[in-house]
Design a protein around this ligand. Structure first.
Ligand code: LRH
Ligand code: MN
Length: 401
């Protein structure tokens, strides 16, 4: 009987392998591109610029980790000609064995979005923003991708300069029209963010606003939780529990942060945060709730090597997901029931402290993967190859992809 109350070592391995076999986390195409802050961007010779290179890097991460079968696309960054680029993207997906994941509209670059996109006081500009949403839906249908994942930078910088309630009305209209054009199998994920780039009010600032807007839009809309989009004092796993309880949890953008939306690598600052979120999901599934939650990474690797940071991120996610899955939830329930606070906490933290790396290495070897994907990347020839191929070109100065 192993310490976890999970039967013999053999049963533990069997359970761990089953858990890891079904774990998959989506990679953001923009995670491989040169990105920066408003103070500039440090270009990396091996950074991906073309969508072909982003698929190639995603395929390498999947080859090494076995858990990243889809790639999220940002429409104007990856399909600058919209639907016209879809066939070429589909061909790349097939060539690299990576399926197209969520489709992310770009409603934050165009000059005309200065005062907002779907919430802009100008009816014409709102109309063009909705048109971009419908293009994104069409691209999703053509690429057999299920989720249209919407983040809106819309907001204002000074009190009194915009009508917050009028903008809510325009947003509800725009999302209802968007929802009406979704294909039956598609979902609209509504992402919230408390601030940046707007610094007085953001139109979709928190989970409650996103939940209301998703419900108002229609039955195929859900809420997306970006772990970096919370005030430091917010209890993220509690709002995740609420979104599970209300049946409105659609997906995650995982990353880490010390201060604000820092987009650092998952588990680099507060791995216990991700463990607590994973526990809420696994506990709900263990109680029989049928969750349909998309796991995605959303990071910008301003200093770390792009591919290296992505492999490191996936390994951290695998570890934390496995740790949470090996928690003896039955025992935890008993301890919670009789309010044995220290007993419950020690069991809960014990699962987090458990070193699951030997189990992970065994699973990887069993599945023909590198026991340590990160050192395999660092000692392999992929990085040298792409640095040679991509290194010569002059990279642009501005921030983001
Ligand atoms: C906004 C965000 C959003 C993406 C962008 C790259 O901060 O989290 O999900 O569109 O990052
Ligand atoms: Mn995000």
């Amino acid at each position: 009987m192993s310490r976890t109350g999970l039967g013999s070592e053999g049963e533990l391995h069997e359970r761990a392998f089953r858990v890891l076999d079904s774990f998959d986390i989506e990679i953001p195409s923009w995670g491989f591109a040169n990105t920066g802050t408003r103070f500039g961007k440090f270009n990396q010779p091996a950074a991906a610029v073309t969508i072909e290179e982003k698929f190639a890097d995603a395929a390498e991460v999947h080859r090494l980790t076995g858990s990243t079968s889809t790639l999220a696309l940002h429409v104007l960054w990856d399909l600058p000609n919209g639907l016209a680029d879809a066939d070429a993207v589909q061909a790349l997906a097939a060539e690299h064995g990576i399926r197209v994941g969520s489709i992310n509209p770009n409603l934050f670059q165009d000059q005309e979005y200065k005062y907002g996109s779907l919430c802009n006081p100008s009816k014409e500009i709102r109309g063009r923003a909705v048109a971009h949403m419908l293009d994104s839906i069409a691209i999703g249908v053509r690429l057999a991708s299920r989720d249209v994942s919407l983040w809106l930078p819309d907001g204002s910088n000074y009190p009194g300069t915009q009508s917050i309630r009028q903008r809510i009305g325009w947003l509800e209209e725009a999302l209802a029209e968007t929802h009406a054009h979704l294909a039956p199998e598609q979902r609209l994920l509504v992402e919230y963010k408390p601030f940046e780039p707007a610094f007085y009010h953001t139109d979709i600032a928190d989970w409650g606003m996103a939940l209301h807007l998703a419900k108002a839009a229609g039955p195929q809309a859900r809420v997306l939780v970006d772990t970096g989009h919370h005030y430091a004092a917010q209890n993220i796993e509690q709002l995740v529990a609420w979104l599970i309880h209300t049946g409105m949890l659609g997906g995650f953008h995982f990353n880490d942060r010390r201060y604000a939306d820092d987009d650092l690598t998952l588990g680099s600052i507060d791995p216990y945060q991700i463990f607590r979120i994973f526990h809420e999901i696994q506990a709900a599934e263990a109680e029989g709730l049928a969750l349909d939650v998309a796991f995605m990474i959303d990071q910008s690797h301003n200093l770390k090597g792009k591919v290296e940071a992505m492999v490191q991120t996936v390994m951290s996610a695998q570890e934390l997901w496995l740790k949470a899955s090996l928690l003896d939830r039955e025992r935890l329930g008993e301890l919670q029931e009789r309010c044995d606070l220290v007993g419950a906490e020690e069991l809960f933290r014990g699962a987090f402290y458990r070193d699951v790396r030997p189990l992970l290495a065994a699973w990887r070897e069993q599945r023909g993967l590198a026991a340590d994907p990160l050192s395999a990347l660092r000692t392999g020839d992929y990085m040298a190859k792409i640095t040679r191929e991509r290194g010569g070109r002059k990279a642009g100065g501005g921030s983001y992809a």
